[in-house]
Write a protein that binds this ligand. Sequence first.
Ligand SMILES: Nc1ncnc2[nH]cnc12
Ligand SMILES: [Zn+2]
Length: 365
Amino acid sequence: MCKSPLHALLTSMPKCEHHLHLEGTLSCELLFSLAEANTIPLPSGPEFASPAALRARYAAFTSLDDFLAYYYIGFSVLLTASDFEQLTYAYLSRAAHENVRHAEIFFDPQGHTSRGVSVSAIVEGFQAAAKRAAQEFRITALLIPCLLRHLPVADSKACFESLVAAGHFDARKGGEAEPGFAGLGLCSTELSQPPAHWAEIFAAAKSKGIRRTVHAGEEGPARYVAAALADLGAMRIDHGVRAAEDDAVIEKLAEQGVLVTVCPVSNVCLRVAKSVAESPLSVFVDKGVKFSLNSDDPAYFGDHYIQDVYCAVEEAFGFSIEQWAKIVRDAVDGSWCTEERKAVIREEIDGGYCYGKLQGILRAF
Ligand SMILES: Nc1ncnc2[nH]cnc12
Ligand SMILES: [Zn+2]
């Protein structure tokens, strides 16, 4: 638990999470138990001797690509709709207990279809869990399929076209009744993968009215963030921290009101930054760039879910109550759920519960 006087406020604040990979919530324990249940052999290296040994290896990631090698081994144990339901429900129940009210959850279709696991099995498992969590915890959730940059662009195109043909994007209701796709994403390895390669696919998505978000400026240069905006029509940027290296890119993000879904703890775990304090959040605040705070792949990054991220940011930056109120409001505004759902979450932030806590905290100090 953090020592900040704002800890109680940070805990109680209604949150939205926009940058969470479903597969990144697969704990080492669940990885081993699903490998056994699904009779999937794990690699023979010493790091696969036990969940504890694997966790120790995760603590020593040296880069995004070093992490991704283990991340995709994790995919291999996920086979059935029930596996995806278990993963989704575990995340949503934990997130709800950390006062996440709405989550937009990435997954990588190509990492599953290439192993014979269908997108409909994933969606079926996700929907079952999302509906149950909505009833039990009043949390809402949507999915965002991410195309993979380490595979040929033709593979991304085929994946996108099959998602469209299967009507997965049509099913987007943005609400609790039939939780579907919120938009299209792009992720995986970044260096030497300029966004422009995916321009045709993202133009097709735009023409179909599909929202677009792009991982850019994590390891890649600021110009990749500019290219994600200009070439892919990105409406949100995932990570985006290296945008701070170029004033013109920061100005563009601010001018266009693009939400940057920042993951400061992930950045430290993948050696993008030496500490959370290195994250350019003060630049974003000063220059009017909107951002949300997110956990990315918590099971791979020391089990730090969103509450830990909020606390780590407060410890590093000491934001004021007003600044926190703006961060959570911007997160609601940048969400892709219905306006009705946003209004409910805004009311909670501005109206009752959170504000009451805030008054209590102010009285205590
Ligand atoms: N941090 C990250 N960057 C790019 N692709 C990812 N896929 C899962 N986590 C990722
Ligand atoms: Zn990510």
